[in-house]
Design a protein around this ligand. Sequence first.
Ligand code: NAP
Length: 308
Amino acid sequence: MAEKLWDVVIIGGGPAGYSAALYCVRAGYSTLVVEMLSAGGQMATTSAIENYPGFVESVDGFELAMTMQQQAEKFGSETLYAQVTSAQLEGPVKTLETTEGPVTARSVILATGADPRPLGLANEDALRGRGVSYCATCDGGFYKGKTVAVVGGGNSAAEDALTLSKLCEKVYLIHRRDTLSATRSYLKPLDKAQNIEFLWNKQVTGLTADKKLSGLTLTDTVTGEESALEVDGVFVAIGRVPNTWLVKDQVALDRQGYIQADETTRTSLPGVFAIGDVRQKPLRQVVTAVSDGAVASKFVEEYLNGLD
Ligand code: NAP
């Protein structure tokens, strides 16, 4: 990889990344996707996507990811399975250090997505996979017939609570306010589910565990009163943290830490573009991620034409 100067290197093989790869390679540019694990990013952890146009029945996120990768590679896009450890993004030649050696490119598209936000509790990391989860679709099956809690008040928390209510005996939905910010379409099904109980104005301030989680400490956000809740698992759904550590000192970020890039996907650095969940935008969905990928190719082309 070291000797080749790629026209476009895309960091991240989620739907945004492979959409950009498809469009760039079809525009005639040598295109490499650098992906750490396997295609799909967060999308690959969703078993049933119901709002991606073109599928009357829901589509499996992992399968859709594989198809997107195959489609881009059919036209000549390549994938390097590696972690990018550092990036030098200034100037006409960008250099990425990866666990598989250096990669050089004339333009770089950042498609690194966003990870679930943790609660920030001391033993949280140690209990990942032992009662603490960030993906109901992935891990819900382990809690069949059990008692779980979902933390959060947005669409993810609402969706997770509904998913888990079909598997678990009891689901507590814990929110630090007294109303959900989830869209209205979730509210009726949540109210109808017999086994979902809302715990309003509560913050999770402790995780009780021996080898695995057995309960939560809750603190009332109005009165400050503490209480204990016995659960077999907790699903944290309190938003996302954009993956920008690689580039945060080189490109401008917004106040929430997302990469500043408007609808052109151009960042503050010439020849560097940001697409998908890592970019500032009003709606983070598969459909907006793939749209970003297509748009980026147009501005990559404009940039590369300017260099020639
Ligand atoms: P979100 O909309 O940002 O909601 C985060 C929730 O977590 C809010 O209720 C917030 O409470 C709470 N929260 C944040 N930090 C917290 C903390 N430290 N402790 C306790 N609670 C905390 O995040 P999201 O639900 O993950 O959704 C992210 C994006 O994905 C959104 O654009 C959403 O529309 C989209 N999404 C769409 C669908 C769908 O269309 N089917 C499904 C899932 C997600 P406050 O209100 O108090 O800040």
